[in-house]
Design a protein around this ligand. Structure first.
Ligand code: SF4
Length: 285
């Protein structure tokens, strides 16, 4: 088999989605789909949720070890791979050490309730075994918006879960969706999201502006007049308000979807002025 064929043999889909800061990380598919599968805006959790059997994971690890023998970091694929039980995660880490012994760090996507379901001891143990970063779509800090989009958690649960990660030293990279409150709740979305983010310590805040995908409940709601979609410029003004209200420290803020064509990036708090200046410039174009 060629290298490409070997890669293809271990992933269910042709394209795998890694967060921006994991693009160079080796990826091991441990699950498929999302165990929650209810968010009204989400179009990427198409697969029926399943956790792969250990035999398949071990088989894929052997192939990955041939392809990436010197890698020191591994990403566990699956829309929320951290929903696996502590025992399942420890077993996969043990197998990784058998076949890819240089791996020292693990990262994956997680939901907030996946963190809350684990005990303090579980989190400590997983951190000790190398789980270094979780990538989490928090989307908003506003409870009415979280409820409307069926995120399944509240802002206080988000804060509680992230502070538990702080305690055990697991980094977290957060995704926020500007525009998710629609025109009516735009201001609330910005202010409440900043309020939530200011109470935690994300390494990275990645804004991905709302896109209404056909076949999603939110798309149908918008078509029926129950959700007022904002223009890209309105969403950018909302994001400006979010940034203005952020007091996070040592956190990379980025948006790769500005006005559907630009990326802005800056470390907060030092580059807040530059971020706001870039937004003002783009709004003036
Ligand atoms: S938790 Fe994430 S992957 Fe699952 S439905 Fe919600 S947005 Fe989609």
């Amino acid at each position: 088999m060629t290298r490409e064929e070997l890669y293809q043999s271990i992933y269910t889909h042709d394209t795998i989605y890694l967060p921006p800061h994991e693009q160079a990380t080796a990826a091991l598919e441990v699950s498929l789909g999302c165990s929650w599968h209810k968010c009204t805006f989400c179009d990427f959790a198409k697969d029926t949720f399943r956790i792969h059997p250990v035999e398949r994971i071990e088989h894929d690890l052997k192939i990955l070890a041939q392809l990436r023998p010197d890698d020191t970091r591994l990403f566990f694929l699956g829309e929320n791979a951290f929903c696996l039980s502590t025992e399942q995660l420890l077993k996969i880490i043990e197998l990784t050490q058998k076949y890819m012994s240089k791996v020292r760090e693990y990262a994956m996507y997680s939901r907030i309730d996946d963190i809350l379901r684990k005990t303090e001891e579980d989190l400590e143990c997983l951190a000790g075994k190398g789980i270094q970063a979780l990538h989490i779509g928090v989307e908003s800090g506003s409870d009415p918006i979280l409820e409307a989009c069926k995120k399944g958690v509240t802002s206080s649960q988000i804060i509680q879960a992230l502070l538990r990660l702080d305690k055990v030293g697991i980094d977290y990279y957060l995704t926020v969706i500007p525009g998710l409150g629609g025109r009516n709740f735009s201001r609330l979305h910005a202010i409440e999201t900043a309020r939530m983010l200011n109470q935690v310590h994300p390494r990275n805040i990645w804004c991905l502006k709302l896109k209404l995908w056909e076949d999603t409940p939110l798309y149908r709601e918008a078509k029926a007049g129950g959700f007022e979609e904002m223009t890209p410029a309105e969403i950018l003004r909302e994001e400006r308000l979010l940034i203005e209200n952020l007091t996070v420290s040592d956190c990379l803020f980025e948006d790769t979807t500005v006005l559907d064509q630009f990326t802005i990036q800056g470390v907060l708090p030092g580059q807040k002025g530059e971020l706001l200046g870039a937004i003002d410039y783009l709004l003036g174009l």
